[in-house]
Design a protein around this ligand. Structure first.
Ligand SMILES: *Cc1c(COP(=O)(O)O)cnc(C)c1O
Length: 354
């Protein structure tokens, strides 16, 4: 399939890196492709970034048949453009597609389309430390139809957003809040897919956490309300004594690519790491015995996010001394060194956009 390219008539100027924030500044172009039953995926195009004209009856608006991904492109000191594990994101997107009855797409074709788009948008990749180009691939159901079934037509698009340094003020540990009342996802449901409805369903608990002064929600399993699952848009790790613990993937947890990267580095470094059921009580007990050394989240946006406090009901525990833990920093430094091309040992996780 040939990708048709239409360049924008006027190109905008990227704001100062310090004004970028996250997910607010979009680039001049986007990638769009359509799906119909008779043509399959067709009409791949790079077009000027613009609004879609779409029926108010489009099924995505009513029944939430939508999936997305989040990944980043980084500029190295040598001005090379690097993608971190991008194929893994598109493979996960195809798994999300399967789970939501959306047709599969060709990962190699999309990788080429993404590279082509990024090359056109090169000037939108900021270069100061910690900044990047955030990539948001999305698929939505577009049949104008009221009635619950899988759509027969879809739109696949990729938009890009120049994003500022997540840690402009250093890696300050965040405070997280365990939701007792609400659950994010249930085994047998769609928690392991990056589908829009999961995030809509999480809003009420986030609002409650924020009212209490907490940045993010820590979710427990939906059945026993006992076992730790993950944070808002991050997976979670605990360092207890000399062992790293993270919840095993049960079907209700989003399988993070940063999570896989942390696990594989820990194994490579000979650290003790276990993926298993972890109850919230176990963590609070470990803390009481002085064994809980570090807690950190992992996800594309922040890479590694140290956790400084966990609140569960009327009990709150503090972890560490208000600065990021040593192990969290080791993962953060190694992963960002790979992403920004500061090391040759990239674990085969880098694809250069040429
Ligand atoms: C995207 C996401 C993550 C992190 O995944 P990465 O691939 O590491 O960015 C974790 N949890 C949820 C709910 C997510 O949506």
């Amino acid at each position: 399939m040939e990708i048709k390219v239409t360049r924008a008539e006027t190109e905008r100027i990227r704001p100062e890196d310090s004004d970028l924030g996250f997910g607010q500044v979009f680039t001049d172009h986007m990638f769009v492709m359509d799906y119909s039953q008779d043509k399959g995926w067709h009409n791949p195009e790079i077009t000027p970034y613009t609004d879609f004209a779409i029926s108010p009856a489009a099924m995505v608006f009513h029944y939430g048949q939508a999936i997305f991904e989040g990944l980043k492109a980084y500029k190295t000191a040598e001005k090379k453009i690097q993608l971190f594990r991008a194929r893994d994101n598109f493979e996960r997107m195809n798994r999300s597609a399967k789970g939501m009855c959306i047709p599969q797409f060709d990962v190699d074709f999309i990788m080429d389309a993404l590279k082509k788009l990024i090359k056109i948008e090169e000037k939108w990749i900021p270069e100061t430390i910690g900044t990047s180009l955030y990539i948001r691939p999305t698929i939505i159901a577009t049949d104008p139809f009221l009635g619950v079934r899988a759509s027969f037509s879809y739109k696949f698009y990729i938009i890009l957003s120049s994003v500022g340094a997540y840690y402009a003020e250093g890696l300050n540990p965040v405070k997280i809040w365990v939701s007792k009342e609400h659950v994010r996802a249930v085994k047998g449901g769609v928690g392991e897919f990056k589908t829009a409805g999961n995030y809509a369903a999480s809003l009420i608990a986030s609002e409650e956490a924020k009212e209490d002064g907490y940045a993010q929600v820590l979710w427990l399993d939906a059945i026993e309300r006992k076992y730790i699952e993950e944070v808002g848009a991050m997976n979670i790790f605990f360092v207890v004594d000399d062992e790293i613990l993270t919840p095993n993937l049960t079907g209700s947890i989003l399988p993070g690519i940063t999570r896989y990267s942390v696990i594989s580095l820990a194994k490579k470094w000979g650290m003790k790491i276990s993926e298993r059921k972890i109850s919230i009580d176990e963590i609070f007990k470990a803390h009481d015995k002085g064994k809980l050394k570090e807690v950190f989240g992992s996800g594309t946006a922040a890479v590694i996010s140290p956790v400084g406090e966990i609140r569960y009901g009327d009990k709150a525990i503090s972890i560490g001394d208000g600065t990021p833990g040593e192990i969290a920093m080791k993962f953060y430094d190694t992963l960002t060194d790979i992403q920004y091309g500061r090391t040759r040992e990239s674990e085969n996780w880098i694809e250069v956009v040429e």
